[in-house]
Design a protein around this ligand. Structure first.
Ligand code: F0G
Length: 477
């Protein structure tokens, strides 16, 4: 199967009632601001949403990473964290949870996902290597390149079509994979599949695809790892969309997904439902021992690896909570709800919506704005000014300049990502988000483009400053 058959009417979970499967015990106050205040705040922030203080944001959809609300059980677990330097009880709790949920016997805790990449890639990736992935996440790509290797994205064409109605747009192209392994042979230290595929819009990967990739890897003698930051969300899509899995439990789907892999890197800040943390999980004891050498150097002793004992306790409980089907039904349905509200309002989005975010299609939203004026960034700025909603541009600003020509790189998609923190906002908040987008759409002719005021040489999206492009026909606000 390649990305699956068209979804037709297969979508739509048969869950009722569908309200949040939790009640709220602790709340955090949100400060509301006026439109005038926001126009001034974003001007002072150089029209870069990363420069805003979170207290000036009403609904913060910058990322789903590290922004989850922990459960009462996770908070309680903090108190029983064992802070021993070596042999911490909490490490063994985490190890048991990983083995129970994912089936891997060896675990190296790390302070977050990119640290897991650093440790594993330092162990396995050498100069001149080539690492295939469906689509590398930015830090994953950067760590591959940091080792002097090349990151190869092998998602199929379907991943780049913003409206193709396919269930598994995160699938790796198995033909391309087979060809890459035949061509590069020994130069491929491993293959990685990112579930769900964040850089492709949070799109899921099918079980058939993971199984198919594993068969190819086995035939060619290359290990397969999952970048498993959003493994549970991926499993829920398999249950919902892949023939034969409707009656299989999420726990069994998760176990099957990982059964095809030799290990995984995990950012715990997503599906492990914690604010900081990550880990590497492995099947092979020898690889584990080789990786621990680097873990000690970069992260810490192998039984804490850059985390406090209490962080490992919370992550262990998070892994157990995230495979709860009621939780996942709520989670995936909440993201779908925002997608539906936006579509009803005529807001152009990338479809189908993924597991953790809705992506606005800035090129269809602002068709009159030239790409040199950063329509994605301009749209993200307008959402903030209009409703205090903070998303993030995934487009030209993020893509940076071509190192050879010095020109801006124009990616095929120019998007604004609205990522939903887990268990944090209610559907009422999402109504405000949809209304905000609709209001900007209604006055899209007034939206003004941006140009650089200050452009840092690397990772410019984090710290760049912009100004609005003067237009004779349009006012400044
Ligand atoms: N892999 C994937 C698929 C990710 O989405 C991320 C982070 C990482 C690895 C790195 O993990 O942040 O714990 O070091 N994604 C965040 C995001 C930052 O906003 O999508 P980390």
């Amino acid at each position: 199967m390649t990305a699956g058959e068209s979804m037709g009417d297969r979508e739509g979970p048969d869950w009722w009632p569908l309200a949040e499967p939790f009640k709220i015990k602790v709340v955090e106050r949100l400060r509301r601001t006026t439109r005038e205040e926001r126009a001034e705040l974003i001007r002072r922030a150089g029209y870069n949403l990363f420069n805003l203080r979170s207290s000036d944001v009403y609904i913060d959809l910058l990322t789903d990473s590290g922004t989850s609300a922990m459960s009462d059980t996770q908070w309680a677990a903090l108190m029983v964290g064992d802070e021993a330097y070596a042999g911490s009880r909490s490490f063994y709790r985490l190890k048991e949870a990983v083995e129970e949920v994912m089936g891997f016997p060896y675990v190296i805790p790390t302070h977050q996902g990119r640290a897991a990449e650093n440790v594993l890639f330092t162990t396995l990736v050498k100069e001149g290597h080539i690492v295939p992935n469906n689509m590398h996440f930015d830090t994953t790509k950067a760590h591959v390149e940091h080792r002097g290797a090349r990151a190869l994205d092998l998602a199929g064409e379907w991943a780049y079509d913003p409206v193709a109605d396919l269930p598994f747009k995160g699938d790796i192209d198995l033909e391309l994979l087979d060809r890459a392994l035949a061509e590069h042979g020994e130069a491929v230290p491993f293959v990685m599949i990112t579930v769900t595929c964040n850089s492709g819009g949070g799109q899921p990967v099918s079980m058939a695809n993971i199984r198919g990739a594993a068969e190819i890897c086995r035939r060619r003698g290359v290990p397969l790892f999952l970048d498993a930051a959003r493994f549970a969300e991926n499993a829920y899509f398999i249950k919902l969309r892949e023939p034969g899995y409707a009656d299989v439990s999420i726990r069994d789907i998760v176990r099957e997904m990982f059964s095809y892999a030799d290990g995984c890197t995990v950012s715990g800040k997503k599906d492990a439902l914690v604010n900081i943390g990550g880990f590497i999980a492995l099947r092979d004891g020898d690889l584990y021992r080789r990786a621990t050498v680097w873990a000690v150097l970069f992260e810490g002793f192998p039984t804490y690896g850059g985390l406090a004992g209490r962080d490992m306790e919370a992550m262990a409980r998070g892994l157990e909570e995230v495979v709860d089907e009621d939780y996942l039904a709520y989670r995936i349905e909440q993201v779908a709800y925002l997608g539906r509200r936006l579509k009803e309002a005529g807001v152009p989005i990338i479809e189908p919506v993924g597991g953790h975010a809705v992506y606005l299609d800035a090129l269809r939203f602002l068709p009159d704005l030239p790409r040199e004026e950063f329509p994605g960034q301009a749209l993200a700025v307008e959402l903030y000014v209009e409703g205090g909603v903070r998303g993030v541009e995934i487009g030209t600003v993020l893509a940076g300049r071509d190192p050879e020509t010095g020109e801006n790189r124009y990616p095929r998609l120019e998007m604004v990502r609205l990522a939903l923190p887990r268990r944090v906002y209610t559907c009422r908040h999402l109504d405000v988000v949809a209304e905000t987008c609709q209001r900007v759409l209604d006055r899209r002719g007034e939206v003004v483009g941006l140009e650089f005021e200050e452009e840092p040489p690397v990772l410019r999206h984090f710290t760049a400053r912009f100004r609005r492009v003067p237009r004779s026909a349009v006012g400044e606000t």
